[in-house]
Design a protein around this ligand. Structure first.
Ligand code: SAH
Length: 346
């Protein structure tokens, strides 16, 4: 049986053609799937009983199951452990922000980038997620919000587990699909994609004509230290990553954000602050400082509040656009991959 969940309209129309389903009906089916939370054909009440039965013979509507749900104490952050039909589990996070509901989606089950500070990579990568599997993360949460209080998913960061640009084709298909009016109709400007710096794909993304925001995981200001923290830096050196980010900003006129996790005694010193300022000079960019969520397995610790403030102040006084990430959901281990790891270890 063929899974129709995750098909863009054109694919859906092609799949339904043998059943003489006209184009406008296919669109209604898409709306049932992506906007109304329908998970079986029986509920598609504007289709004839016969057609519903026929479709149920030929197709399935495969959505992941919510295996676990964790709510932070302040109620603002909810983390979901979702499981697909083959047993693969991934994490998705909902953050109720002052400006709306924001979700953080995963693009791979696990990750093989090997970053020293990241929990997602501890068990390696199981597999890429498909367009439909990524979309399902948004649809499951959107359905829940609609039922809860009539609200919806407003913004999205592609910052969960996995390296999105290593799963390029499915991620691009997903970006186009979530923008469609028959799904969530999400504006590209409300989407941010975060990458560890897959240079050729960053150039490719700049040519796609999608005005999404790009976020680059920098985490160190020089080649040597960045290679220690992020092995991918040996393949795509920091200078090339920065050049590709600049190209992205030039081509799309979108400001690039550099993420910089602050790690005590590793990358939070005066020397690194100086190097970072030099690296940022002349760029249409900002730096987002992220006090590390300590990953006990790696013994990487968070700097003192005073050190974090100092680092921020140093950048600001040297004319770098800088923010410190507001923390949400640390009490429920919302940092990448921590819930999934527990699930795998069980
Ligand atoms: N592979 C992509 C997207 C996933 S990681 C990328 O590298 O950008 C995205 C972000 O997760 C990192 O940049 C960082 O902001 C965050 N992150 C990962 N481990 C973290 C940790 N231990 N503490 C705080 N943030 C972390």
């Amino acid at each position: 049986m063929i899974n129709i969940f995750g098909m863009p309209l054109a694919e859906l129309q092609a799949a339904l053609k043998p059943y003489n389903v006209p184009g406008f009906r296919a669109k209604q089916i898409a709306q049932w799937l992506y906007q109304k939370g329908v998970v079986d054909f029986g509920a598609m009440t504007n289709l004839s009983k016969d057609l519903r039965a026929q479709l149920a013979q030929a197709f399935v509507i495969a959505r992941p199951q919510v295996k676990a749900r964790l709510d932070s104490q302040d109620g603002k952050t909810t983390k979901f452990l979702l499981e697909y039909a083959d047993g693969t589990a991934i994490e998705t996070v909902l953050m109720r922000q002052p400006y709306g509901n924001s979700i953080c989606v995963s693009t791979q089950a696990g990750c093989n980038m090997g970053c020293a500070f990241c929990a997602s990579t501890l068990h390696g990568m199981a597999r890429d997620l498909t367009c439909g599997e990524i979309l399902a993360q948004a649809v499951v949460i959107n359905d829940m919000l609609r039922e809860e209080n009539g609200s919806k998913v407003d913004t999205m960061v592609i910052m969960g587990s996995g390296e999105p640009l290593m799963n390029y084709a499915e991620v691009l298909k997903f970006l186009r699909l979530i923008h469609e009016p028959y799904t969530l109709g999400m504006g590209y400007r409300n989407i941010t994609l975060s990458t560890s710096g897959i240079v050729p794909r960053m150039y490719q993304l700049a040519e796609e004509g999608l005005p999404i925001s790009l976020s680059v995981s920098l985490h160190a200001p020089n080649q040597e230290l960045r290679s220690e923290l992020m092995p991918i830096n040996r393949k795509y050196p920091i200078q090339d990553v920065v050049a590709a980010a600049r190209n992205y900003a030039d081509k799309t006129k979108r400001r690039v954000t550099y993420e910089y996790i602050l790690i005590d005694g590793v990358n939070d010193g005066e020397e690194q602050a100086k190097e970072l300022v030099a690296l940022m000079r002349g760029q249409l960019a900002s730096v987002n400082l992220i006090p590390i969520n300590p990953v006990v397995e790696r013994n990487l610790l968070r700097p003192s509040k005073a050190r974090i403030d100092w680092f921020e102040g140093y950048l600001a006084s040297h004319h770098v656009n800088v923010t410190v990430r507001r923390e949400m959901g640390t009490d429920i281990q919302a940092a990448c991959g921590q819930l999934r790891n527990k699930h795998l270890e069980k």
